[in-house]
Design a protein around this ligand. Structure first.
Ligand code: ZN
Length: 140
């Protein structure tokens, strides 16, 4: 679970909360991803990103019986100006979270060849409209 106890400067705010992501992805999936709340706006304007990496993140090291896909998926949320939080949150909830959930579901089922390289998708919001970018092939 995220280190969300860090403080942001007053003028910045995260547009999504862990609860928003839990509602979009389901509790079990949220447990299996590596969720990261950035403290600085991304220079390229990404507000929400998802990364598939071929090797599980080292931030989980339970060993034992974790599923083989455990924490291959990292979700990042970046801050926005607090004055834009409401409109950004609405846009992401409408358009980005369903895509995020579908992307992860497809990634879990992707052919092995796909899982062996890095893939990311990220979302921007401008004037309340969501756009997305892919690096690498989207799953499925
Ligand atoms: Zn982009």
């Amino acid at each position: 679970m995220p280190a969300r106890n860090r403080r942001l400067p007053r003028h910045l705010s995260w547009p999504l909360t862990p609860t928003d992501l839990r509602e979009a992805l389901g509790a079990r999936e949220l447990e299996a991803v590596d969720l990261y709340f950035g403290e600085h706006p991304a220079s390229d304007g990404h507000l929400l990103s998802v990364l598939w990496s071929p090797r599980p993140s080292s931030s989980y090291s339970f060993g034992g019986t974790r599923p083989p896909w455990w924490s291959h998926v990292r979700i990042g949320v970046g801050p926005v100006p607090a004055t834009e939080r409401a409109v950004t949150r609405h846009a992401l909830q409408q358009d980005a979270l369903p895509e995020l959930a579908a992307w992860i579901t497809a990634a879990r089922r992707a052919p092995e060849a796909w899982t062996l390289s890095r893939h990311t998708r990220h979302w921007h919001v401008e004037d309340g409209a969501v756009t997305r970018c892919d690096e690498g092939l989207p799953p499925g």
